[in-house]
Design a protein around this ligand. Sequence first.
Ligand code: URA
Length: 218
Amino acid sequence: MQLPEWLAELGKKRIASYPVEGFVYGMGPEKPKLMLVGEAPGETEIHNGIPFSGRAGVELMKFLERAGVSREEVYITSTVRSRPYKWGEKRTKDDEAVKRKYNRAPSAREILAHAPLLDYEIEQVDAPVIVTLGNIGLKRLCGPEMKVTEAHGRFLKRPVRRLQNLESSEYEWTEKEYVVFPTFHPASIFYNRQLLQLIHEDMDKLRIYLNGYVNDDC
Ligand code: URA
């Protein structure tokens, strides 16, 4: 699935006034086994244009392996396509302070700026399961009251949120129901190692579901 260039340009234009950099397209086959919705690209991704190719991506690939799928079989995208950053200071070995950019979570306005892009992908890819990674993708699709700590590991058959129209800043629910499977963002284990066990349990459920889905289809 190739995002139309006019839509990518619209997203770039709408996000241009915020502290973000780069632009990463979603990636994956036409009929993927599932669609992954992350948060936003990081430094590695904006340099090579490949979603989840940095440190979090290494962990994600291990999770996918546990779920029985490969990168080539899934469509990978994110809620925001540009890297949201904030300036911070880092001390060098010689104790010199140097300014550098750090990742941060995208704001509601940045999420809105790229909402038409994700809406388009959700509709066009029409994956049998949408796996949201972390709170940002989950709240964007299922509503701000959702929490990954409560919703992870469940298959939620439900409408998802999309922009009312291209000019609107309000969301509405799709008529169509999608299967959404929330789990934690792979980077979350860098801060809380205990989540690894929960993610493994989620991946085991996903594997069972995907096997069942494939069998039903045949
Ligand atoms: N986190 C995301 O959500 N997407 C990436 O591509 C990398 C990290």
